[in-house]
Design a protein around this ligand. Structure first.
Ligand code: PLP
Length: 508
């Protein structure tokens, strides 16, 4: 049997745009069949015309080409075409292509060529369906930040010109090794600079060999969980908490267990009651997201005791605790760990800018080989020239200076927001304490849902977060999440006035 599939587009002579112009002509000829070949071709073409697959005026392949493709004599094809023309299905003119007749002798079953049915999309995994139903961890909006987008640093204070100079120098002096790609764990110079920085500023004593550069926190979570958990394992996450953590746990096919957070941080006793044999916990002990609380020492020690006994891994998200508004930043949980349980995760998304997409994690000595082994066959985690620029920025002291300046900036912006909320939203919002970072949560003092307030504010051009969207058990949390890092003091007052207007419309 000889089968042919023609899928070609023919522009009509009168330039009507591809009307019925896709010729899809599947022809079979079977040499062992009783019916002569010319009859088989006749039947095949006629059937496609009647089915509407070959529409009026559509041009057919030439008899020569069809004969060659089917492996039959040209006269056989011409015999079939002549018969089709005689019955009014085709129009054949000398020196012109054979076409389907504009008026058919019988009504075709379908006038227009049948559209191929939209193919059913491939089946998605249960994880993909679950993730699609969740709000994104960190919405990357690709638009200029507005008051009060949560999570946005002071991009207006970033020393762009200095960064550009260092970057140009790194490009100009790039070695062949740098251009070639580099170490899958990250550039050595960057890992050394990070190790030195976190050892002194965060109490994370480590060597460059323990540092793994990543494309940010989310990627670090994914990578760590892939090594630590199996499908169906339980992992504690904070409730309310960073949605990115929940996403990463689900992405690893593990089960997030929502452990409540109070004014002392994650409730370890509650966690032990809910899932005593969880394999890991993801938390931000120095500056909980979004509530902003700091985990008490008693809770930190209780968490480490549980992790040591349960052989669980503590994934410490230290995203912005460098920005303590007054006094020195607190030492990280990693520094208290004596049982090699804590993996410390850092990011430059807050301290520099999110678009840089560089973060890192510090593995405890017992896990370094496992992480290095997993990385060995992967490409470098970030562009080597960006890594080199960042390494120089840190090693030359610019990072430390920038952090010092940003601490003052965030203190000023936080205070400006508090003052503006007191002036404009006093009866409706009660701010929680905020001494670190660039977000503030306010409880609602009016009978309205936080999502409704956020939606009303958005309609007036103010971006705020609804605390309940960060919570697994919604009743536990209701409030408004403000990001003040990216908002100049002058814009802050404008934002709170608009917010007050939005709230007023809900009261009336
Ligand atoms: C709690 C928390 N951790 C980490 C990050 C940083 O994520 P990334 O490094 O992937 O940009 C954010 C960003 O908003 C965050 O809110």
């Amino acid at each position: 049997m000889q089968s042919l599939w023609y899928g070609r587009q023919y522009q009509l002579a009168n330039n009507r745009p591809y009307q019925s112009a896709i010729v899809s002509l599947l022809l079979d000829v079977d040499r062992r069949a009783r019916a002569p070949l010319h009859e088989q071709i006749f039947d095949g073409v006629r059937a496609r015309i009647l089915a509407g697959e070959l529409a009026p005026n559509v041009r057919l392949p030439s008899s020569r080409r069809l004969a060659a493709d089917l492996g039959v004599a040209r006269t056989t094809v011409l015999q079939a075409f002549d018969a089709l023309a005689a019955e009014g299905y085709l129009v054949m003119r000398a020196a012109s292509a054979t076409r389907v007749a504009p008026e058919l002798p019988v009504e075709p079953l379908a006038r227009a060529p049948r559209r191929p049915q939209a193919p059913r999309p491939p089946r998605l995994s249960a994880v993909a369906r679950t993730l699609a139903a969740l709000p994104p961890g960190t919405p990357r909006l690709g638009t200029a930040p507005r008051a009060f987008r949560p999570g946005c640093p002071a991009l207006d204070r970033f020393p762009t010109a200095l960064w550009a100079r260092i970057s140009a120098r790194c490009h100009a002096r790039a070695s062949a090794a740098l251009l070639d790609g580099g170490d899958p764990r990250g550039l050595r110079a960057l890992r050394e600079a990070i190790a030195a920085h976190v050892s002194t500023s965060r109490g994370v004593r480590c060597t460059a060999d323990q540092v793994f550069v990543t494309a940010g926190t989310q990627v670090a979570f994914d990578e760590i969980l892939r090594l630590i958990v199996d499908a169906g394992d339980q992992v504690w996450v904070e409730d309310p908490g960073y949605l990115g953590a929940r996403h990463a746990v689900l992405g690893a096919r593990a089960l997030p267990v929502a452990v409540p957070v109070d004014e002392q941080g994650l409730d370890v006793v509650a966690g032990r009651g809910l899932a005593p044999r969880a394999r890991a916990v993801v938390l931000a002990p120095s500056h909980q997201y979004p509530l902003g609380v700091m985990m008490s020492l008693a809770r930190r020690l209780a968490l480490l005791r549980w992790a040591a006994a349960a052989r669980a891994v503590v994934i410490e998200d230290d995203y912005d605790s460098e920005f303590r508004h007054h006094g020195r930043p607190l030492t990280a949980l990693y520094g208290l760990d004596e049982a090699d349980r804590v993996v410390y995760v850092g990011t430059f998304s807050k301290s520099l800018f999110p678009g840089l997409r560089i973060g890192f994690f510090v593995a405890p000595p017992s896990l370094v080989d496992a992480f290095a082994g997993a990385r060995a066959s992967l490409p470098p985690p970030a562009a080597t020239l960006d890594q080199s620029t960042l390494a120089t920025f840190i090693a030359d002291g610019h990072f430390a200076s920038h952090l010092r300046r940003m601490r003052v900036t965030y203190r000023e912006r936080g205070e400006a927001l508090r003052a503006a909320l007191a002036a404009d939203c006093a009866g409706a919002l009660v701010p929680l304490p905020c001494d670190t970072g660039m977000q503030l949560v306010a409880r609602l003092a009016i009978a309205a849902s936080d999502t409704a307030v956020a939606a009303r504010a958005a309609a007036l051009g103010v971006e705020v977060g609804a605390l309940s969207t960060y919570a697994a058990a919604r009743k536990r949390a209701s409030g408004i999440v403000f990001g003040f890092g990216g908002v100049r003091p002058a814009q802050i007052r404008n934002g709170t006035r608009l917010l007050a207007r939005a709230i007023a419309t809900m009261r009336s």
